[in-house]
Write a new protein. Structure first.
Length: 149
């Protein structure tokens, strides 16, 4: 019975060949990975970021943050008491890190202290919510995370 023994040079060749195959698999997998940008106009957004910082400071001075609650049918945004009897305008951005097709922008137009967004327009995933609004000529900004599983 003869068995073929692999010398040290053969072992190195097998190890090197396995490494090459592993790298080829990783490169192929990474090339097939879909990469979505957070925003197509990220440069313009970066230029206007000081406005976002100022709006965030305005929000921090409020008595409470905007309260966000989700149930089976809707996501409810309750604004603090300072906004009772005031008209609120702005946008609610739902950003999904999993798939940019799931991102939604919901306008807030002439709203009062409570805004409802129907769950039927949203996916069951985790969202980063970017809430921009203004009332009485003052701008506000808040970011929150919500799980809609």
């Amino acid at each position: 019975m003869s068995t073929m023994k692999l010398g040290w040079g053969g072992r190195i060749a097998v190890l090197y060949g396995g490494f090459v195959v592993l790298i080829a698999i990783l490169v192929t997998g990474s090339m097939r990975q879909e990469i979505d940008l957070v925003a197509d106009d990220y440069y313009q957004q970066e230029l206007a970021y000081q406005d976002v910082l100022d709006a965030g400071k305005n929000q921090a001075l409020l008595s409470a943050p905007v309260s966000i609650h989700a149930d089976e049918t809707s996501v409810t945004f309750e604004f603090p008491g300072e906004f009772n009897n005031k008209t609120i305008n702005g946008t609610i951005q739902f950003y999904s890190a999993k798939n940019s097709a799931w991102d939604k922008n919901v306008p807030i137009e002439n709203a009062q202290a409570v805004v409802n967004v129907e769950r039927s327009v949203l996916q069951n995933t985790q969202y980063k919510i970017k809430l921009n609004w203004d009332a009485d000529g003052k701008k506000y900004y808040q970011e929150s995370d919500i799980n809609l599983f």
